[in-house]
Structures are given as structure tokens and as C-alpha cells.
Ligand binder design. Sequence first.
Ligand code: ADP
Length: 197
Amino acid sequence: MIMGLTGGIASGKSTVSAWFVNKGARLVDADIIAREVMLPGHPVLDAAVKRFGEGILQPDGSLNRAKLGEIVFADKEALQALNAITHPAIRKEIKARMHALEEEDPRRLTLVDIPLLYESELDNLFERIAVVYVPREVQRERLMARNGMTEVQAESRLKAQMDIEEKRRRATFVIDNSGSPEDTKDQVDELWDRLGL
Ligand code: ADP
């Protein structure tokens, strides 16, 4: 069984996905795939160099993330161009991995953790999506505490994403992580049973 997992920044996705894995789910992690396509030798990195120049590479040929970040965060068109290069490859790889795991053992849960699942319009890959939800104020507090950010910095990160209330509306299942970790863990157990796993 395949299920997408998403949420907002600092809503508790990593915490929740670790619990699912503990219970026996297999994980496809979109963040890891996104990093893999930018490793030396990958055609996606080559295409990015072609578009943005050798300046986005370190002397050893690996990606200079800070440099690429500078380019795309100052320029909407550049960001769109980068997404047009990376997104199709990431989407293809996510699909390939989740279907391979599903074929191996369809009764087991294959959990696909994608932080920007809705923003990247990947929701059409899934019949069921769990959203890890906390109200925006809690999201901001936890983000400030975890990343040592000021309120202004946290707000600007939150503004760059789809509103968490909208994600909650679109979800098949909502895991409310605004209470204690134990409360959340109970919801994971409940959902596990509800899915018949
Ligand atoms: P995400 O992966 O969605 O960005 P994390 O799982 O890293 O979020 O959680 C964000 C922060 O909030 C972390 O510092 C984590 O330890 C903390 N946290 C997660 N769940 C809870 C909870 N139920 N109560 C208090 N703090 C929590």
C-alpha cells in the first residue's frame, strides 16, 4: 500500500515518518532523491550547469548549493528554469522507487515523504495522503526553536509555502501534531490500524 506524507515546515513530518518506519513502513524520501539528482555525474546536474554555468560548481565538480541558491532566489525565472530541469527527474525517480517497493510487497506500507507534495503538484500520484498538521502559530514557534530563527525569518519561510490549513483540507488523513508526542504517536497507531496494516 502506498501513502504520501506531507505537512508544513516544522509541522513534524520527520518525527512522524520515523514512527511509521519503526512500525514497519518503507520510506521513499523526496529530499534524498532531490539531493541525489544534483550529484556529480547525474544528467540533471549537467543540465543545470549548462543553464547556469560552471559557477554553480565547486572546484571538485560537486554542486555549490549556496551559489545556486543565490542565483535562483534572486530571480523567479531562474527558479522556474531550475525547477523545469529538476522536477521531472525527481518525480520520475519517486514513482519508480515507490512502485518497485509496492511490487515487492503490496501489503506493506510504502510511505512517500514529500515536504512540498502539494506545491509541486505531486498529489495526483497518490490515492491517499496523510498531512501532519499543527496550527500556523505552533509551526512558527517550533521553526524558530529548531532553526534558531527570528519571528521575521520564520514568517518568510512560512509565507513561501502553501498554507497549512489548505493542506489539511486536501488531506485524506490528518495527523494533528499540536499536542504531546505521545498524542501524535497514538494517532499514527490508529491510522496504521485503520489502513489494515
Ligand atoms: P518537519 O520534518 O515537518 O520539518 P520536525 O519533525 O523536524 O518537522 O519537527 C519540528 C520541530 O518540532 C523539531 O524540533 C521537533 O523536535 C519538534 N516537535 C515535533 N513534534 C513535536 C511535538 N508533538 N511536541 C513538541 N515538539 C515537537
